[in-house]
Every structure is written in C-alpha cells, then in structure tokens.
Write a new protein. Structure first.
Length: 291
C-alpha cells in the first residue's frame, strides 16, 4: 500500500468529522485531495457502507465550494442515519482537477461519436487534443483509492455496500463506473446527468451512442440500484429529452422504477450545488436504504 502523506483531521462539517488527505498519489491520474467523512458516533469497531463522490470540494466546505455553494452532505446523510432510514455510511469526496471534463467523460460517450461531433467538442473546449481520461480515473478509484479506504476504515467492502455518485459530468462518470465495474459498485447516483456533453448544443446526437452503450452494458437488474434526476432550469433544461430516452432503456432492460431504479424530475431546479443540496437526501436514501 502506498504511503499517504499530508493527512490532517479537521472539524468543519455540522455533523461528523472530516479526514483530509491533501495529496493522494496515483499511478493513473494527477494526485489530488480526498476527504473522508465519518458520521457522528463513528465507531472503528462497527462496519460502514461507502459512497464515493466526485467534485469533492463541493460537498462540505463553502469556502472551497463552487461559487461558495456546497451539497452539505453531512446535513443530508446524518439525519437519515439517525432515523435509521439508511445504513451507516462513510463518504469519500474525491476532489476534481483542471482535467475534470476529460476524467469524467466516459470513453464510449466520446469514441462512439462521429469525427465531426468529436471535433466540435474539442473546439468548444479549445483543446484539439481533448480525449477521455475516464478509464484511468476509474482505475484510480477502484485499484488505489478503494483499497486504501478499505484498509484504513471499517468498511463493508462488498458490492452491496459500495456506491458512487456525482452531478453533471459526475453523473455521467458514475453511470460509466457501475457499467464498467458492476462487481465493485452496487449503486450509482447520477444527478443532473450531463447527457448532451456540450454546454452549447442540446443535440440527441451527442447522447444516443452512449445511452445505447450504457443500456447494453449496465448490470442486469437484481442487486444494483441506479438513480437519475434532472431539473428544468439553466443547463438542466437540456436534459429531459435525453433522460426520457434513458428511462425507456431502463424499462427495456428490466429495471423496476422505485425499486432498483429511480428517475426524479425536479421542476424549477437549476444546475447548481444549491439545487443538488435541496434533493441529495433522495438519492442517498434510495441508494443506502436497508431493505
């Protein structure tokens, strides 16, 4: 196991404790900060489910959150634990880097596009060399970060107790993670999933290839749970037509809405951390429910 340096314990969240690894090394991606949230009354002799979350800087501390906004995960999850609506869980917040778009871009979502569409995305990002780095990002989580967390904390490391969640491009990479590693992740929370890939063009041509790929590669219904949602304002207004197509695929695969799959439309909600804060208790409860 690699030696992790630059670790400190802070008491920032309203509930629980945050342990911060300031620079987690990796053979696959750039080193980055990782925050580990432990709930109130954390007991090293107990066992905890684990939810891995992208965009870790936006989860707990408004001083570092995007535009000062955060999800306030501790305020959403701790009451659910206290009310025994969910199993006790640890949250691992993985900070993003300047390569966020590429790390969160599922390889098939890009490679299955036409040359024209790929080049349009490269132009939009002013990066002629733009390409997905999602394979290495997921290898970092699965092969390096998860083994470390499982070795340092009393986790329930099996698939039924390991989850992944994020918003926007983080929703896309979460869907890719559960399709690529169904033996690792038992549930995925895909919040305001950025199906169209572009910030400027809302074209189904950008999403159809990946939705088809995803429908062919998701784990069969049974022991996995998948959550989607979308708002109706700002960039979230793009998402409904794509999500409806994905919902149809979920039905065709055999997922049962409300049981092992849930899609939520949040009328009036924009694309922002504050909107996700308002509804994050829903995917947390759906993924971590004990029944």
């Amino acid at each position: 196991m690699q030696t992790i340096i630059g670790t400190k314990k802070v008491r920032f969240p309203q509930f629980g404790t945050l342990n911060c690894i300031l620079s987690f090394p990796s053979e696959y991606v750039q080193a980055r900060r990782v925050d580990i949230w432990l709930p109130d009354n954390y007991n090293p002799r107990s066992e905890y489910a684990v939810i891995y979350m992208h965009d870790g800087q936006n989860l707990f501390n408004p001083a570092v959150g995007f535009h000062g906004m955060i999800w306030a995960i501790d305020q959403a999850l701790q009451p659910l634990i206290d009310q025994q609506k969910v199993r006790p869980a640890i949250v691992v917040g993985i900070w993003n880097t300047p390569l966020r778009y590429q790390e969160y871009l599922p390889a098939p979502a890009f490679h299955l596009l036409s040359d024209t569409l790929r080049n349009m995305l490269r132009e939009e990002h002013n990066n002629p060399a733009l390409h997905p780095m999602s394979e290495n990002y997921l290898k970092f989580i699965v092969n390096e970060l998860k083994p470390f967390i499982d070795s340092q904390y009393p986790t329930l490391s099996d698939v039924e107790n390991t989850f992944i969640m994020g918003s926007s491009m983080g929703g896309l990479i979460s869907s890719y993670a559960i399709a690529s590693y169904p033996e690792v992740f038992g549930g995925a929370g895909c919040v305001s999933t950025h199906w169209p890939l572009s910030l400027h063009l809302n074209e189904t041509a950008y999403s159809q290839a990946y939705i088809k790929w995803l429908s062919e590669n998701l784990p069969q219904p049974g022991h996995h749970r998948i959550y989607f949602d979308y708002g109706t304002e700002t960039i979230d207004a793009f998402y409904e037509q794509h999500q409806l197509e994905m919902d149809q695929k979920m039905k065709e695969i055999g997922y049962s809405e409300g049981k092992n799959w849930l899609t939520l439309k949040d009328d009036g909600a924009p694309h922002s951390e504050s909107a996700w804060k308002n509804r994050v208790h829903i995917p947390l409860e759906f993924l971590l429910k004990t029944d």
